[in-house]
Ligand binder design. Structure first.
Ligand SMILES: Cc1cc2nc3c(=O)[nH]c(=O)nc-3n(C[C@H](O)[C@H](O)[C@H](O)COP(=O)(O)O)c2cc1C
Length: 183
């Protein structure tokens, strides 16, 4: 099973990148072939129909689309911005939706969120499902939010507490089994 993992944040010290990397590590331990990518390496402008008309799909979108095409399933850890999907991730989805065929269509997706707040970004999870589902992505029904995320990781980026770690391991197992791909 080929998994593509990334975070909906550009920030170097992003707690969502750490959460996504932990998911990648556990999925690899469970036998999946995993690639973590950083959206910083796939730059794209804010969507503008004039840019699309003049220059087509940005190179960063094309390269990310290739990675998605090659994957069986995706794991994305998203921040919560004002109770919803952050603009950076929505922009990536909007650009990806302009490529034909849409690389995301038919892919399986597990959504995670991490936030320094007490709710763990769970409001964002519900809003983030929507544009992916509109594009024909099979978004796994269960999701995981990580609260107090600035304190959740050690210096190596590992989850300090057993409970979220075990929850993540269990969720990944369910997700991987659900997709039906061989690990
Ligand atoms: C514009 C903006 C809006 C935010 N809104 C929320 C919010 O609604 N809920 C929340 O839990 N955190 C909110 N935050 C705090 C983010 O959870 C925090 O910046 C987090 O570190 C972002 O994820 P990252 O570390 O992966 O970049 C907001 C941050 C920004 C910059």
């Amino acid at each position: 099973m080929k998994l593509l993992v990334f975070a909906g944040s550009l920030r170097m010290d992003s707690c969502n990148k750490k959460f996504a990397r932990e998911a990648a590590r556990l999925a690899q331990e469970a036998g999946a072939q995993v690639e973590f990518v950083d959206l910083r390496d796939y730059p794209m402008p804010v969507y503008d129909g004039d840019i699309e008309t003049a220059s087509g799909i940005p190179e960063g979108t094309r390269r990310l689309g290739e990675k998605i095409k090659a994957a069986d399933a995706l794991i994305i850890s998203t921040p919560e911005y004002n109770g919803s999907i952050p603009g950076i991730l929505k922009n990536v989805v909007d650009w990806l939706s302009r490529e034909k065929p849409v690389s995301l269509a038919g892919k399986h997706l597990l959504l995670l969120a991490a936030s320094p707040g007490a709710l763990g970004g769970t409001r964002s999870l519900w809003h983030t499902r929507q544009p992916f589902e509109v594009l024909g992505v099979h978004v796994f029904p269960s999701m995981q939010g990580l609260p107090n995320a600035y304190e959740a990781f050690d210096a190596q980026g590992r989850l300090k507490e057993q409970k979220p770690l075990e929850n993540l391991r269990k969720l990944l197992g369910q997700f991987m089994q659900h997709t039906g791909f061989k690990v």
